[in-house]
Design a protein. Structure first.
Lengths: 240, 291, 642
């Protein structure tokens, strides 16, 4: 469904990605792992249009999306839960979720049952249900992360990009987040998951790519990657 | 005592006008980190266009929505010509100078179309003052306050209840995240400028019967409204109402007890004082900058 | 500047001086005199607008203060010239300070509005305080006398000329000195500026006050030149004209100021004469059409880009022929000119011409300056202190943003003379910690003590000057300045010279500047950048930029150096170089805190490593211990590994 070929991108003078290629098939969960500074978030941003790639192609359902504005890409059905949560702090939890469905409410995507989806999102994320009228800025880090994920799902998207959902979360919340990702996988949602926590990511994913210094160093079925010593070395250094 | 009360009433009406213009500054600044230096001239154009319509025989109450539409267009033009190109080349200096330039052009055009003299705007309401708590208040002044409050409430309603309004607030919260939601933030910015000019134009049509209407009426108003926005805090809606009232009353009392020449001074001095001691405004919160 | 430019400048000035002799016409002499007077003000305004990048809408007001100081002193006290000139400068500078102190706490549009408010207040006060200023009636002033002799028209012209040249030299010297570098730095990166000990607020105020002084001088001369002053001259229109002059002439150049002054003096006269305007407008339209056609043919530009200027000038020409009188439309013409300059002539005419002829900005070349032997000196007393003692102690640091605890009860003890690593996953609070230590954030709770003094609550520039220097995760160099100049900003603290020393090029200033060049070159050699000293920082390759940041930080003579991800984005050979440099820094006795993700770098360099996770410290110890620590492995790789 999502196809990336020889993507190069960076910030000003700094080139971060030196030509990476990936595939995310429909209905599968693909994870992109790597240590900090490897370029994972840059990849996500290039896909969703927050930054423009300097070279390469990105296609969604065969249609090119590289170089487009992020609001156009969102209307094509690509939802991005960004690094650092980025919830709308002065708006309530409910309003944040409603905004996730903005293209559906304004005619850019099939409307479907927004109210129903809203209730289903609350069921999936019980913590949000308790706080539906609370201002998003007053939520804790973990709750904000859940809100960002739920907001992305509200688009009724073709594919969801999850950028470091576990960042800054206490272990018990990380478990909850990955349980939710697992549930979504069970519902057939296509996901591209970027994570620092390689172990948890590889448990829930079908396929994995390891990013090192802006290049894919190794990729394969997730359960095979779990035992690969190269993955551990990529993170903690020494011995490779 | 009676005179003081009267001054307070006039001050409140005046203050509400400042608040409405300041509201316009808030709108654009929150969504785009820019504001329209020609905001005062938008008000002036609203008053002048309103006057022309009324002189052509259009009923005052019908004229008001027409002026609002005019304001929307004018604001859109300012954004397209003055602000959007400057944001593209990331020049802060650019949009400051270009909105100033557009304001100058609008004012000059108005001078040439309507002349340099002040004109009388026929009042839609009876001019006889009413008695309230023992002092005089003009019906028009009451209309101004009511109109201003209604306008701000309407915008608040829009922001809270409609999906498009929520999109605007989202843009103000986090522009990048808003884009990820499918919100065309460029359009939002254009819209906030249009709305900002529309509120100013509406304010102009409201206040015109109370003061002299002329091509120069906008400049100082725009500046004082900015003072109100600063005094109240650029992020607080309540702040600008309070700030506006404080300023309005300070002005009417200074004008009466000191001299009319000095009446513009308290606002400006207040502005400098607030900046010196509490830059975020009386109601504002200090922003934390991230590195 | 180079020889050709110098000769051209001298010729130009000579011509200007000879003007009264070349034309006997009183009108033209007065006009050129006014241009020079405006130029004096614009030199000063350029410092604020062109160098520190702040928009001031109040300079007409300051101009008015200068004029009225002269007028009032003459009218009430009959003061002579040699009293009036310094008084005008001083009083206006005082008003400038009065405005700048509150106003410069804010930036951008706020500042613009505030200065506008100030200008308006001044105009009102001049108008109302009739007991002092005669209000709308104005004040009449005859030409001044020197040594009892009243100056003739020519004599006054030469006085103005002399003062204009003097102003030019003084402004030039200021801008080439450490003050000028400070002004450019605060524009290039305010955060970096503060962290290098150049307080952004303080220097913005200096810039403003200096420009007010020049405005005062100009105002005083203007009063004598016009021989009659009244309040409505010093209005919004004038202040907009001044800004137009600076940006149209070209910012950051003296010739731009002169050109701009000429434009705004001649333009209104041009705009009074409809016939002349029609000719000029038509000529402009033809020029644009031809130029656009050539440009498209030569593929320098596209039809689309040329569309607006061509259509615009044609419309203007058409409009000129339709008009009956041009005077009424003057302001609109100014407005259109401003729009044009803002979008198409960002560097002004002078900048445009320079770009056209590929003239490079004159930079003093330092290439082979003698590099000081021991470029790195450590702050006095540091080397005597016992090695191993605590240099910095942070206790119970809590940093909360709304509901988020970015740093949650962290203690940090940094021992003198060591390299202390700070690692942790993304979002663990490392950079936040850096910002807290350098005063960019004020912690919600906790205390920090550095070299015996508390850190919390002090400004970034104060902390920097007391011995803590840093580099930034996102490179914060002063892009438009050269590598050497960047380092010299770090050396700002070595300058004791005042503005007087700078203007007069006293021995003290010359000594300090020479020593700054020498030390600067030495620091650049230390990081291996000596041969790139005169390159603009923004043109350097990324790896070299990071090294430059380190050199700049070292210029502060710090006891503690904070490096924020110095290896990020570097290639393997660059990293090797970096490690060697950091080791050398430690060997000179400077303590280092290193945030890094490249584990090899951290493990190879650090004596101690602290690990943060979710804002809390989860481990601390020698690198090898930390690397094998279960909790650390879990924090990085996450969850139950397999």
């Amino acid at each position: 469904m999502l196809s990336i070929k020889n993507l190069e991108a960076g910030y000003g003078k700094v080139q971060v990605l030196h030509g990476i290629s990936m595939e995310v098939p429909k209905g599968k969960v693909v994870t992109l792992i790597g240590s900090n500074g490897a370029g994972k978030t840059t990849t996500m941003r290039a896909i969703s249009g927050m930054i423009k790639p300097t070279a390469g192609q990105i296609s969604l359902h065969g249609k090119r999306i590289d170089g487009l504005e992020s609001y156009t890409i969102a209307k094509q059905g690509l939802a991005h839960s960004p690094e650092g949560r980025r919830v709308f702090a002065t708006m309530t939890v409910t309003d944040n979720l409603i905004l996730g469905a903005f293209p559906r409410l304004t005619g850019s995507r099939p409307k479907g049952d927004v109210a129903g989806d809203l209730e289903r999102a609350m069921e999936l994320f019980p913590r949000l249900k308790e706080r539906r009228n609370q201002l998003a800025g007053t939520l804790s880090g973990g709750e904000q992360q859940m809100l960002a994920m739920a907001r992305a799902v509200m688009l009724n998207p073709e594919i969801v990009l999850l950028d470091e959902p576990s960042m800054g979360l206490a272990p018990i919340l990380v478990e909850e987040v990955f349980r939710i990702i697992s549930d979504l996988k069970g519902q057939g949602v296509t996901m591209l998951l970027v994570e620092q926590f390689a172990a948890a990511a590889l448990k829930v994913a079908d396929y994995g790519y390891v990013l090192e210094n802006g290049r894919i160093s190794v990729h394969g079925q997730a359960d095979q990657l779990r035992d690969d010593p190269a993955v551990r070395a990529a993170y903690l250094g020494g011995g490779h | 005592m009676e005179i003081l009360l009267q001054l307070i009433y006039s001050g409140v009406a005046l203050g509400m006008i400042y608040a409405v213009i300041a509201f316009g500054y808030q709108l654009t600044f929150q969504t785009s980190d820019t504001l329209n230096f020609g905001q005062g001239d938008a008000l002036m154009l609203g008053a002048m266009v309103g006057l022309t319509l009324v002189n052509m025989g259009v009923n005052y109450w019908l004229m008001l929505p027409l002026v609002i539409v005019f304001g929307l267009l004018q604001g859109g033009i300012v954004e397209r010509i003055g602000v959007r190109p400057a944001i593209k080349i990331k020049s802060e200096f650019g949009w400051i100078m270009s909105t100033i330039a557009l304001g100058i052009i609008f004012k000059n055009v108005a001078e040439n179309i309507w002349g340099r003299d002040d004109l009388k705007f026929p009042s839609p309401l009876p001019e006889a003052p009413l008695k309230f708590l023992g002092a005089n208040v003009l019906p028009m002044e009451i209309l101004v306050v009511v109109g201003a409050v209604l306008m701000m409430l309407a915008v608040e309603f829009f922001n809270r209840k409609t999906i498009y309004g929520k999109a605007v607030v989202a843009t103000f919260n986090d522009r990048d995240a808003a884009k990820l939601m499918g919100i065309n933030t460029g359009l939002v910015i254009t819209f906030s400028y249009a709305l900002s000019s529309a509120t100013a134009a509406f304010a102009g049509a409201l206040i015109a019967p109370l003061t002299l209407t002329g091509a120069t009426m906008g400049s100082v108003l725009g500046l004082k409204a900015f003072a109100v926005a600063i005094i109240g805090g650029l992020t607080s809606g309540l702040g600008i109402i309070v700030g506006g009232i404080i300023l309005g009353v300070a002005e009417t009392t200074t004008g009466f007890y000191l001299s009319t020449g000095y009446k513009d001074v308290p606002g400006l001095v207040l502005l400098l004082l607030v900046l010196a001691f509490k830059p975020a405004g009386l109601f504002g919160k200090n922003a934390i900058k991230k590195v | 500047m180079n020889r050709k430019t110098l000769i051209a400048a001298i010729l130009g000035l000579a011509l200007l001086a000879a003007a009264p002799l070349l034309t006997g016409n009183s009108y033209y002499i007065h006009m050129i005199g006014t241009i020079m007077i405006y130029a004096i003000l614009l030199y000063g305004l350029d410092i604020v607008v062109g160098y520190t990048g702040q928009v001031s809408l109040g300079h007409a007001g300051l101009f008015g203060v200068g004029s009225y100081t002269a007028g009032v002193l003459f009218m009430k006290l009959g003061a002579p010239l040699w009293v009036i000139i310094p008084a005008s400068i001083a009083v206006t500078a005082g008003f400038g300070a009065l405005l700048a102190l509150p106003a410069l706490r804010v930036t951008g549009p706020y500042l613009a509005m505030v200065t506008l408010a100030f200008g308006t207040i001044i105009q009102i006060l001049i108008n109302e305080m009739t007991f002092l200023t005669e209000g709308p009636l104005g004040i009449t002033i005859p030409k001044p006398s020197i040594f009892g002799e009243k100056l003739t028209e020519h004599g006054f012209y030469w006085l103005t000329f002399a003062l204009m040249v003097l102003s030019l030299v003084v402004v030039d010297r200021i801008l080439k000195s450490q003050l000028g570098r400070a002004f450019e730095a605060l524009r290039g990166s305010p955060v970096a500026s503060d962290c290098m000990g150049v307080s952004v607020y303080r220097y913005k105020v200096y810039a403003f006050v200096i420009s007010a002084g020049f405005a005062g001088l100009a105002g005083c001369l203007y009063a004598y030149s016009e021989q009659y002053i009244s309040p409505n001259t010093y209005n919004f229109e004038l202040t907009v004209l001044f800004l137009l002059a600076v940006i149209m002439g070209g910012r950051k150049t003296r010739s731009g100021a002169l050109l701009g002054a000429a434009i705004i003096v001649i333009l209104p006269k041009l705009l009074d004469d409809l016939e002349l305007f029609r000719i000029v407008a038509s000529g402009l339209a033809v020029l644009m059409l031809v130029g656009g056609a050539i440009g498209v043919a030569r593929k320098i530009t596209t039809p689309r880009a040329m569309a607006i200027p061509v259509v615009g000038t044609l419309a203007l020409a058409g409009f000129a022929f339709w008009l009956q009188s041009i005077t009424d439309w003057r302001l609109s013409i100014f407005g259109l000119m401003i729009l044009f300059v803002v979008y198409y002539l960002q560097n002004g005419i002078v900048g445009f011409v320079r770009a056209l002829f590929h003239v490079r900005k004159p930079i003093a070349r330092h290439g082979q300056a003698e590099a000081g032997k021991d470029a790195i000196s450590v702050a006095a007393g540091a080397q005597d202190a016992e090695k191993g003692g605590n240099l910095l102690t942070a206790q119970g640091i809590l940093m909360q943003f709304g509901g988020l605890k970015a740093i949650n009860q962290v203690d940090l003890h940094i021992r003198r003379g060591t390299i202390h690593g700070l690692i942790g996953p993304n979002g663990s609070g490392k950079s936040t910690m850096m910002n807290v230590l350098t005063g960019i954030y004020v912690p919600t709770a906790g205390s920090i003590e550095f070299a015996g003094r508390p850190v919390v609550g002090r400004t970034s520039s104060d902390i920097a000057l007391s011995g803590i220097a840093r580099t930034f995760q996102n490179v914060q160099l002063f892009g438009e300045m050269t590598a050497l100049q960047n380092v010299q900003v770090g050396l700002h603290h070595t300058f004791g010279s005042t503005i007087l020393d700078v203007s007069l090029h006293t021995p003290r200033y010359r000594r300090e500047e020479a020593s700054a060049v020498q030390r600067g070159m030495g620091l650049l050699s230390f990081v291996g950048l000596a041969d790139l000293a005169d390159e603009e920082a923004r043109n350097l390759p990324y790896g070299k930029q990071r090294l430059l940041e380190i050199a700049r930080a070292l210029a502060l003579d710090p006891q503690l150096l904070l490096l924020d991800e110095p290896a990020a984005g570097l290639t393997a050979p660059d990293i090797k170089e970096l490690i060697a440099i950091i080791k050398k820094i430690r060997d000179h006795g400077i303590t280092v805190i290193l945030i890094e993700h490249h584990m090899d770098v951290v493990m190879g360099l650090c004596d101690t490593v602290s690990v943060l996770d979710f804002g809390q410290k989860i481990a601390e110890g020698k690198p090898a211990e930390v690397q094998a620590n279960e909790k650390v492995i879990e924090a990085y790789l996450g969850g139950t590994a397999a």
